[in-house]
Ligand binder design. Structure first.
Ligand code: AP5
Length: 213
């Protein structure tokens, strides 16, 4: 089953995609993670993407569609598209990539959220530099300050685009370029909306009930 998780920055796409990957054997395809990996490795894609991401703007459709095309076959038992597609052009590219493989989208799950609350969510988040476990300054601190609950590492990191000014640009990009792709999927009867302001567990339960329906 291939699904899209759609929502503005901080809506919880990555949190829920990681959980689905762990519990259902689906594969999370996050263009944000792929781009951050490319930036960290200094690949040609990473060099092009770095400044664009730090400004909170969108990387070119051609680059991100190619990244998804390269990884799609590794998710043959089901992909969770996290952060892709983000433009009409990307939505059309995904249609072609799936059709070439006789695959179809099962659901487009929109996480409906309050943008102001998301600024708090995003500017407070940090993760373990070793294992990637996610934390938040106020909502989810490590049990022992300075020590990762999962792997015991003492090193943590924050994303360079998680400051308030960049978050607001990312949200404006979402409103201008990504939210307008919803009608494309509505016409196909694929959109399911859930309350992304509920607890992580309640959002997860709502997604499970859609996937099991
Ligand atoms: P990307 O990495 O995709 O970032 P994003 O869409 O801005 O989303 P985030 O990762 O910030 O949020 P999320 O919805 O995954 O929320 P999360 O689960 O982490 O993209 C980054 C950049 O890369 C873009 O700006 C762009 O430049 C580029 N890019 C990527 N894809 C692209 C594309 N397709 N085209 C062009 N450019 C592209 O949760 C956030 C926080 O909230 C966490 O602390 C979490 O613990 C907490 N949280 C989650 N759910 C809940 C809940 N229910 N209740 C309370 N707290 C919660």
């Amino acid at each position: 089953m291939d699904i899209i998780l759609l929502g503005p920055p901080g809506a919880g796409k990555g949190t829920q995609a990681a959980r689905l990957q762990q519990n259902r054997g689906m594969i999370q395809l996050s263009t944000g993670d792929m781009l951050r990996e490319a930036v960290a490795k200094g690949t040609p894609v990473g060099v092009k993407a770095k400044a664009v991401m730090e400004a909170g703007e969108l990387v070119s459709d051609a680059i991100v569609s190619a990244l998804i095309g390269e990884r799609l076959d590794s998710a043959s038992d089901g992909a969770i598209f996290d952060g892709f597609p983000r433009t009409q052009h990307q939505a059309e590219a995904l249609e072609m990539l799936l059709a070439d493989r006789d695959r179809n989208l099962a659901h487009v799950i929109e996480l409906v959220v309050d943008e102001e609350a998301l600024v708090d969510r995003i500017t407070g988040r940090f993760s373990c530099a070793q294992c990637g476990a996610n934390y938040h300054d106020r909502f989810h601190r490590p049990k022992v300050d300075g020590t990762c609950d999962v792997c015991g590492s003492h090193e943590f990191k924050r994303r360079p685009d998680d400051n308030e000014a960049t978050v607001r640009t990312r949200m404006a990009e979402y409103r201008a370029k990504t939210a307008p792709i919803l009608p494309f999927y509505e016409e196909k009867g694929l959109v399911r909306r859930i309350d992304g302001m509920a607890s992580v567990d309640d959002v997860a339960a709502a997604i499970d009930s859609i996937l099991d329906s």
